[in-house]
Design a protein around this ligand. Sequence first.
Ligand SMILES: CC(C)(COP(=O)(O)OP(=O)(O)OC[C@H]1O[C@@H](n2cnc3c(N)ncnc32)[C@H](O)[C@@H]1OP(=O)(O)O)[C@@H](O)C(=O)NCCC(=O)NCCS
Length: 225
Amino acid sequence: MPEAKRMRFSLRPLGHDDIPQVEEVEKSAFPTLWPLTSFERELKNHLACYLIAWEPLQEGIVLPPRPPRRHTWLQQLAGRWGLEAPRPEPLHPPKQRVVGYVGVWFMTDEAHIVSLGTQEEYRRQGIGELLLISSIELAYLHRSRLVTLEVRASNAAAQVLYVKYGFARAGVRRRYYTDNREDAVIMSTPPIDTPEYRAHFVGLVLEHQTRWGACERILQPAASS
Ligand SMILES: CC(C)(COP(=O)(O)OP(=O)(O)OC[C@H]1O[C@@H](n2cnc3c(N)ncnc32)[C@H](O)[C@@H]1OP(=O)(O)O)[C@@H](O)C(=O)NCCC(=O)NCCS
């Protein structure tokens, strides 16, 4: 039998040591975002799940050292009050390169995608879609009824992807983005627990797998014994 096609990227939950890399991906995906996400805080948020797409780093390739953190007066003050401990650098250089991430918040019966981005030089390789698929799978695991998100009105590329997965316009938040006062379009799936949505979703997952190859996907951290 011919060997099944394999995707070059894998997916797993964000870990503490990935934070410097995922911050770089966030900056690449959302260059005007301010304040930046505190991934440390998000890792402690019981309502949030963050997944990263990654590829193995080739032998001998070492990621450039992390640039020094920008300290706003607020961060400095928080530091003085001991609210944010300095982040320890990883003991070992990373062996995996983080190329994309998605964050999902689970609220009552809704899974809300708070952020989804792919590192610029890795785009159009199926990673964004893989992250979206995995968010919807997480929503099934959490028994969410709907998946929702907000997207810039001008972000046609992302909206095409969301529409493919059944998201439709559910409202507008006027002048929501502070950098250019652009509107946010609220998008929502129909209920995902219907046979119709499940069939549509499974079909798209198989299509993605046929096109890009199967990939190792870990959606939740292993339960500690
Ligand atoms: C939107 C984004 C996450 C897509 O990531 P990606 O890894 O390139 O996505 P994929 O390769 O899986 O593409 C999936 C689909 O998205 C759409 N798409 C992605 N980039 C596109 C582009 N530049 N133009 C038009 N459609 C595009 C296409 O429908 C594509 O499917 P196709 O390859 O069959 O045409 C990525 O462009 C990104 O990080 N953008 C900046 C951050 C952002 O806008 N995030 C979403 C905020 S809600």
